[in-house]
Design a protein around this ligand. Structure first.
Ligand SMILES: Cc1cc2nc3c(=O)[nH]c(=O)nc-3n(C[C@H](O)[C@H](O)[C@H](O)COP(=O)(O)OP(=O)(O)OC[C@H]3O[C@@H](n4cnc5c(N)ncnc54)[C@H](O)[C@@H]3O)c2cc1C
Length: 494
């Protein structure tokens, strides 16, 4: 039997952060990754790489990367103070987020990013999707001015390189199957490797092996009927193994088990995410569109907020529509403002010079209802309010339901283009209850389970109903770091 001090299950961002923080204490650390080296890295590898952390001013951002003096001065970097971060997280979760977990994440987020940099991660300003030049000056919006250089793949690569350099053992194609548990404490993990069961003994185990988003049976069971039809945006390896293993020994489930992060996604995207085309199925420019279902009706306020605060819940709205699909419709005026992936080849899109001709090309749509909806929408736009993408501009509609609260523009300039979307699930919100100071897993009596820790998507209680963009990676870093340190501290104290 192989023996370690701290054994980490998974090899995404949370697992790597746990491994690095445990390793820095001098413990012997190993990681079990279900995927092959080529497919490893979990959802973290699919992530765009935007990071939502608390910062007051450009001075805080300069702790993460060099910013030339003139760029620092001449850019509106916005802020994401701890208070703003609390406001956003509490608002989008309907004030359900766990106070201890959210306080830990928010107050430690900036220091965690500084630590991430010290572990090899590289940050860059997110010019791609979170800023615009307004009146000659660049302005960031959405409180997320930074991303990881190279996105999720970059992050996983930086952290893997550091882990290997520091001597963390990584076992690929090794799927954890159950915990070794003597009824009192966790003593290791049984895993399947090359068709054989192997026992890995450890003085502490950190489960960081994701939610159950890639398991259609669990999705139907916990999220509800129809969720088996969602496309999976990321890895195929997160099927709820860690949650099942922990629940089997009496761990306490916690959080929004029927909740999930799910977005508008290319209608004909493959069943799982594609690492070679990581962004081509994104359809995040919908606040500039009108979204129409097969009945020719709108069904959400596309512009109620920046996409950062609605995209994670609007996937579920698309799933509810006939055929689990919808169309995002734009006219030629806004073409330049669409995110780059809208111009990719692997996109289901139709264009025409009239609304009627467009409807004829939109498979399965009620043509007359569609044309009527667009005409009503066009007449409802308050054209006297100036359009401005960098702020919630208040250019809304009046007298239609649902309204569009910002960025409303009549569709009056041909050619018109419609993009077909379905629902893509990102990750699930239900997880385990932990002690927020160590990430030790609690049992159903709320007592800590000796030897068991968790991090990342497996922690329950942080997200309910919705999610502010860029928080998954930050949560993984903050709690991965805590879990690794907590596990190592218990080992060293024994
Ligand atoms: C397309 C996409 C874009 C995203 N963009 C962003 C973004 O820009 N910013 C952001 O903050 N978040 C983003 N997210 C969300 C973010 O990726 C996740 O919240 C985060 O990566 C979760 O990290 P994790 O370490 O908990 O899980 P994961 O990274 O999914 O890691 C889980 C690991 O466990 C392994 N595993 C599973 N089961 C087993 C088992 N039985 N035994 C061994 N190993 C196992 C998996 O192979 C994987 O290595 C995005 C997600 C997707 C899918």
């Amino acid at each position: 039997m192989q023996q370690f001090d701290v054994l980490i299950v998974g090899k995404g961002n949370a697992a790597l952060c746990a491994a690095l923080s445990a390793k820095d204490t001098g413990c012997r650390v190993a990681m079990l990754e279900a995927a092959s080296i080529e497919e490893s890295g979990g959802n973290s590898r699919f992530a765009g790489g935007v990071m939502r952390f608390a910062y007051d001013s450009v001075g805080d951002l300069q702790r993460l990367t060099e910013i030339p003096e003139d760029e620092a001065k001449n850019t509106d970097w916005e802020s994401n103070t701890q208070d703003q971060f609390y406001d956003d997280l509490y608002r989008v979760t309907n004030f359900r987020t766990d106070p201890d977990l959210s306080e830990t994440m928010i107050t430690q987020s900036l220091e965690a990013m500084v630590w991430l940099r010290s572990q090899g991660a590289r940050f860059v300003p997110n010019y791609r999707a979170q800023s615009a030049v307004i009146g000659g000056k660049r302005k960031f919006f959405g409180r997320m001015p930074f991303e990881i250089s190279g996105g999720g793949p970059g992050l996983v690569q930086y952290l893997t390189d550091t882990a290997v350099k520091k001597g963390v053992d990584i076992y690929y194609e090794t799927r954890a199957v159950s915990l070794i548990y003597d009824g009192e404490r966790v003593l290791g993990v049984k895993a399947k490797r090359n068709g054989k069961m192997i026992e890995y003994s450890a003085r502490a185990v950190v489960l960081a092996c994701g939610g159950f988003e890639a398991n259609p049976e669990w999705r139907t069971r916990y999220l509800g009927a129809g969720w088996e039809l969602a496309k999976v945006r990321g890895t195929r390896f997160n099927v709820g193994d860690g949650l099942r293993m922990a629940l089997e020994i009496g761990a306490c489930p916690y959080g929004n088990w029927s909740g999930r992060h799910a977005v508008s996604w290319e209608r004909y995207a493959p069943e799982f995410g594609d690492l070679n085309l990581p962004h081509s199925s994104y359809r995040h420019s919908y606040p500039l569109s009108i979204m129409i279902n097969a009945d020719g009706k709108r069904f959400v306020d596309e512009g109620i907020e920046f996409y950062n605060y609605t995209y994670a819940k609007y996937g579920a709205e698309v799933l509810k529509q006939p055929g689990q699909c919808a169309w995002q419709v734009f006219d030629a005026k806004l073409k330049e403002l669409l995110r780059p992936e809208y111009h990719d080849k692997a996109v289901t899109r139709v264009s025409a010079d009239t609304l009627e001709a467009l409807a004829d090309k939109m498979e399965g749509i009620n043509r007359d209802a569609f044309v009527k909806t667009v005409r009503e929408f066009n007449s409802a736009v308050r054209t006297e309010v100036p359009f401005n993408v960098a702020i919630k501009d208040g250019r809304c509609t009046v007298g239609i339901d649902p309204p569009k609260s910002n960025w409303a523009n009549a569709l009056d300039t041909p050619p018109f283009t419609a993009y077909a979307v379905t629902c893509g699930i990102t990750f699930t919100f239900g997880g385990l209850r932990v002690n927020h100071e160590t990430c030790q897993v609690l049992d159903v009596n709320f007592h800590p389970i000796p030897g068991l820790y968790t991090a990342g998507e497996m922690i329950g209680g942080l997200f309910y109903f919705n999610y502010p963009a860029g928080t998954g990676l930050v949560s993984g870093t903050v709690f991965g770091r805590i879990a690794g340190a907590g596990a190592a501290a218990a080992v060293l104290a024994a």
